[in-house]
Design a protein. Sequence first.
Length: 366
Amino acid sequence: MDTLFNSFTSSPKFLLMCMSGIGNTIMFSPVISTLRKTFPSSYIVLLTTERGGGELWKKSGLVDRIEVLKVKGSVTKNLSLLFKLRKERFNFSFTAFPSNRIEYNLVSFLIGAKYRVTHGYKVGRLKTLAFLQNRRIPAIEGIHDVEQNMNLIKTITKEKNNQKNVTIQLKEEEEKVEWVLKKEKIGKGEKLIGLSVSIHYNFPYKRWAEDIKSTFAKVGDFIQQKMKKKVILIGAKDEKNIVKEIEKQMSSTPVKWVGKDLVTTTALIKRCALIINTDSGIGHIASLVGTPSITIFGPSDYRRSKPFGERHLVVRKNLTCSPCYSYPFRGTKMKIKCKKRECMKGIQAEEIITKVRKILDGKNGT
């Protein structure tokens, strides 16, 4: 494999396939920045989906072009895009981790890069048509997704993963955020703590249970009343009611940020002193823009998918059944069977507040 990887020009054409959510794409960003730094004259195309944050990566300057597959779009149009990409004759395609899915392997095969690089898994090799990829790097259980992704390119570059290399240009959006905050009577230097309820509709099991909304409200009240920091509730357009319910349960008044576009929301997250989220892309956006975060984990394995970096803490219950999310190492389905979600119900406001104090007091922790 090394021999093959050493036999390309100094201006290779890379196709980077990030077809999961924004969090997975951000955990692939060290690969994107490393390839750009190592091969400055290369041509890099990012293939993503509507929820992969393509509009955000336009602000990075790391990719030459972004193509978007419509998950629920026309099959004819999607196939047309794939065959258009096929005609470009890419030297390499890299599929972001986790990738134990038949659709990822099919898309890579149809595009037909010379070297189609993905991870190899012990389960689902026939079911997912993994043989359609011609270079498979062993997926290693127990390491972070960022490290998994960097393993894909370690044979062509010696650069270490470093998300600080990724810079998102947000000047216009930052000005817009300050204008909105000014209307809420929040000064430019005033610390702002974001509480995010955002979870993609495909992963409802990551959301707090109904009785936990009061816990979120308690955290918000403590931050505003005891710590004297302003709280902003962050939610997607379809989460407007959840935000309202949390606001109703709070005895103090938070600011609301609902249904805003991804790039402007990224600028808001950059503006915050801390982000508290429930295992979503919001925490990974925080790591991208340098904002500390606290992430509440339940079924997912925090060891491999928590926001990458030193100032990102985790709150979870240490149950024997958690984490139970088996994809991609022991299954090919991105679902869980448990309906009780005891791992989420048991989380108390005090546990989160303890982490908030660590972050705002400048102390490191886990």
